[in-house]
Design a protein around this ligand. Structure first.
Ligand code: SF4
Length: 374
């Protein structure tokens, strides 16, 4: 039964519907609590979660498009659980970290994080289209700060100029595609002017959460600026709506390589059939499933995280189901920023000089003999 716990927005903006223009949809997402209350039959656990999130966590935020994918009557809906807070967010468990990937420790200049020799992460904005309840960077996103002023990025540009061994920058946030196209182009051009940077990646959830953002203006503005890769983020096949497929198609037609990252989430997509459908659908749209990420240990997300055994078991079953081009790597991004580790089912079951026994995806044992050493 829905009781009288009241949820209200602090923002009085009206709720823009899909089709109102991406900027209007993004502004209207500020009124998400009211929109969730109007669109969904919220449970008491969700209402308490919303109150907790508004008081001390990552405030609720969802676009009209993404909200429209939520089942209004089913609190277990895999889309709804990604964006509607739950009271279990207030729970802390051993191992939870405020900054799971140790980004503060690895910051080499303001807003610039380096954890690997040849690449770095630039936090260009703290605004997103939706607030994912499992966000690894919620400590920053919840501050509500928007675009990082260009002047604040100057030390990051200077650091990159002084470190030519860093050849690749991931522009992230927040979600960089919540910035205006003009601002994004300005940022891309500032980075490209650092001659030693050979590749840029743009991480975004907008094709799933705000597909109208992928408009012709964006594609035309970035087209021809090599080499820009888009890293998109889809977690469930329900997100692959016609609007999302069209957005991905516009990026692919613009010539941008597309890679997807999925987070394994308990009760949302920890199911080989669900993931197989998602990854096949992405490949159909010319998106390469890249990483399947075991969920990071961000504070307040334990109810959404799987055990590692569960992640590996789901992955093992997935391997036999889908084409190799639809299989991402299963990755643990280790706590405190010690780097990504690829994990998976044990495939080498016996080893001795010149002879190895492998386990196939069917579970069969197959012997492999090495060639004689010369
Ligand atoms: S879009 Fe990305 S940065 Fe923003 S809340 Fe979701 S996971 Fe976090």
């Amino acid at each position: 039964m829905i009781t009288a716990t009241t949820v209200t927005d602090t923002d009085d903006g009206s709720v823009a519907q899909p089709g109102a223009g991406w900027q209007a949809e993004l502004r209207a997402a500020e009124a998400s609590v009211r929109a969730m209350d109007a669109a969904l039959r919220l449970t008491e656990a969700e209402r308490r979660g919303i109150e907790h999130a508004r008081a001390s966590g990552l405030r609720p935020k969802v676009t009209a498009h993404f909200l429209g994918l939520c089942d209004p009557l089913d609190a277990a809906c895999p889309i709804r659980r990604q964006v509607v807070p739950h009271e279990l967010e207030a729970r802390e468990v051993p191992g939870d970290l405020e900054d799971p990937l140790g980004e503060q420790e690895h910051e080499v200049a303001p807003h610039l994080v380096r954890r690997y020799p040849d690449r770095a992460l630039l936090i260009a904005t703290l605004q997103c289209a939706v607030h994912c309840r499992f966000c690894t960077r919620s400590r920053l996103v919840r501050t509500g700060q928007g675009v990082t002023p260009m002047v604040e990025l100057e030390p990051a540009f200077a650091w990159l100029r002084a470190h030519p061994e860093v050849q690749e920058v991931l522009i992230s946030g927040g979600d960089p595609l919540t910035m205006s196209t003009a601002r994004l182009v300005e940022l891309v051009d500032r980075l490209r002017a650092i001659g030693t940077l050979r590749r840029l990646r743009i991480g975004t959830r907008t094709p799933s959460a705000l597909p109208s953002r992928i408009d012709d203006e964006l594609v035309q503005a970035l087209k021809g600026r090599p080499a820009i890769w888009f890293m998109v983020h889809f977690n469930h096949p329900k997100e692959l709506m016609p609007e999302a497929r069209e957005a991905l198609g516009r990026l692919a037609d613009g010539g941008f390589p597309l890679m997807n990252q999925t987070v394994m989430l308990r009760g949302i997509n920890d199911d080989p059939e669900v993931l197989a459908e998602l990854f096949r659908g992405l490949v159909d749209e010319r998106v390469r499933p890249y990483y399947l990420l075991h969920c990071d240990v961000a504070k307040g997300t334990s109810h959404l995280r799987t055990t590692l055994d569960r992640s590996v078991a789901v992955y093992r079953e997935l391997l036999g189901k889908v084409s190799g081009i639809a299989v991402p790597k299963l990755i643990v991004d280790t706590p405190r920023g010690r780097g990504k580790v690829q994990v998976g089912p044990e495939t080498i079951v016996e080893r001795e000089p010149g002879r190895t026994v492998l386990r196939t995806w069917r579970g069969e044992r197959v012997e492999l003999t090495d060639p004689p050493s010369e």
